[in-house]
Design a protein around this ligand. Sequence first.
Ligand code: NAP
Length: 244
Amino acid sequence: MFHRVALVTGASRGIGREIALTLCRGNFDIIVASPEVENNETVAEMIRQCGGKAMTLDLDVSSEESVKKGVAEAIKQMGRIDVLVNNAGITRDGLAMRMKAADWSLVLQINLTGAFLVSQAVIPAMIKERWGRIVNIASVVGEMGNAGQANYVASKSGLIGLTKCLAKELASRNITVNAIAPGFIETDMTEVLPKEVKDQMMAAIPLKRFGKPADIANTVKFLASEEANYITGSVLRVNGGMYM
Ligand code: NAP
């Protein structure tokens, strides 16, 4: 049976890990790409146990060198990359007035420049196959803004802009590029937030529950499928109605 190959950045934990496992169950072979060797291997083993093919890539998306080397190695080993999920992301929250320039730059470098660098490295392989799917994991706050997250929000708004540019540039090559804007999803990233913040968030969610990594992973699976072939340049909101 023909298997497509998906590269998922930040696949060691949280939403990325769930995306990798969900795509694997949908018969994709997976490149598990994040900076931590051991965590990547744990996820790759889970994929193999569910019958899929997996390779690990110790990838730091913020480093052009790591990206170029890593993507070349992945194509060499797996033969192709059909689907890229730009999921790696971090937060360094604080009010803009007091935010350190280093925290601004780091978040932009990983969340936005990282997605650009990995896309740039993967696109030639997709063009060669005349088929491709890029899914960028943005955020609800990239559309609505959020006090205390100027760096993160700028990176996610930027990612939505990048999505639309790539969608226009690559449409003629049969490559679709979409963003998913998750709301509040239960992972390590949100676990650390104070109870008051979580309560405030919950009050703003019409569906009255926080999202699960699977809610995002299932949406990625759909966007990566043949069935989604007429969707490009879109931002899919997966947020329980928090922002409409
Ligand atoms: P998480 O649990 O904190 O996981 C972040 C992942 O990104 C980890 O695998 C981490 O690897 C990886 N990563 C960090 N820096 C990296 C780098 N330089 N290069 C490659 N990988 C790197 O976060 P999450 O909640 O699953 O979030 C995943 C994505 O969804 C992020 O883009 C986030 O902004 C977005 N999102 C999350 C929520 C939410 O509520 N959780 C809402 C909206 C959007 P290590 O394990 O090595 O640290």
